[in-house]
Design a protein around this ligand. Sequence first.
Ligand SMILES: NC(=O)c1ccc[n+]([C@@H]2O[C@H](COP(=O)([O-])OP(=O)(O)OC[C@H]3O[C@@H](n4cnc5c(N)ncnc54)[C@H](OP(=O)(O)O)[C@@H]3O)[C@@H](O)[C@H]2O)c1
Length: 351
Amino acid sequence: MSTTSHIRKNGDAIPVATGHDLRRQTVCVTGAGGFIGSWLVKLLLLKGYNVRGTVRNIEDPKNLHLKGLEGAEERLILYKADVLDYESICLAFDGCDGIFHVASPVTNDPEKVKVAVAGTMNAINAAAKAGVRRFVFTSSIGAVHMNPNRSSDAVLDENCWSDLDYCKKTDNWYCYAKMVAEIVAVDLAKKRGLDLIVVVPPVTVGPMLQPTVNASCFRVLTYMRGTKKTYPNAVMALVDVRDVAQAHMLVYENPNAFGRYFCIATVIHRAQFVGMLSEMFPEYPITSKCEDKVNPRVRPYKFANQRLQELGLEYTPIKKSLYETVKSLKENGHLPPARVFHAPPRITASL
Ligand SMILES: NC(=O)c1ccc[n+]([C@@H]2O[C@H](COP(=O)([O-])OP(=O)(O)OC[C@H]3O[C@@H](n4cnc5c(N)ncnc54)[C@H](OP(=O)(O)O)[C@@H]3O)[C@@H](O)[C@H]2O)c1
């Protein structure tokens, strides 16, 4: 049986289907083949939604895993779309009830700032044109934590923003792009009368559904292989990819959800991060030295993550997420068996 609730939009109460009705809706996930996008598609299919996923190349082997997801045969349609191509996005969104705008380049290349920002504007305009019920935007902790003037005792919450000038000065173009894209999304959605909700994940880890390694799992891979000889005296915020997907769905489904939602499981020092990996995988040559031998250890900042917990999200313990990230890297052939790192050098006989 379905139920109906109401949300406020432009001052009016509008009906929102809840319960089973929601799951017969058609929703679109941009960047469906990526790390977070794939988990979101999987979850939405499992919950019975009709799902559309945008990818830039339907035939690319890196997107083939989507077709194997449970329910994909009956309820997943892939659309070839580039976020910079407005018409392609309009085609994918036409007839949708909800949009999850996940697609964005995960890179520090300043050239990609315009892709993140113009792509988000195209997605908002296309969603407004299609008259969708709700638009969920994937932001990043990069839009929040890059602020040198904040006290180390401050509690980071949904009112906090990075300092754009500081991002520029320190060449943090990814953080810069995500923050500008979020600001633009909020402004444009307001102008277009679109119900927008923002999910803010930090470094996201966990098992990969896609065959290629995305940027955040690559960071784990780098430490596992000991490619980096030292780790910085810095902290990092982390969350499990399944929690991020769940967060997107929770904010979409909850009629009373609004605004920005932090999706952060924990903040730890890099020493704790590599310590967990070493404890679970002592056979690997994991980076174990800090590059800073002078200063005291940077303390993890405090943060607020209760808004999503109030919607029902239970965070996965990060040790479990890291264990499963490594397992997945091994299973997908990205991380060789530990013995490879300990093999004696090959001696070639010279004549
Ligand atoms: N993973 C994290 O730690 C993390 C943390 C916070 C926020 N986020 C945000 O979460 C989202 C997904 O990230 P992810 O970790 O899942 O990375 P990912 O695996 O690299 O996925 C990024 C997705 O964006 C798509 N994309 C990039 N440029 C595009 C364009 N011009 N047109 C259409 N699609 C485009 C990619 O498609 P192609 O495969 O065709 O390139 C890919 O599907 C991003 O918005 C990212 O900023 C990620």
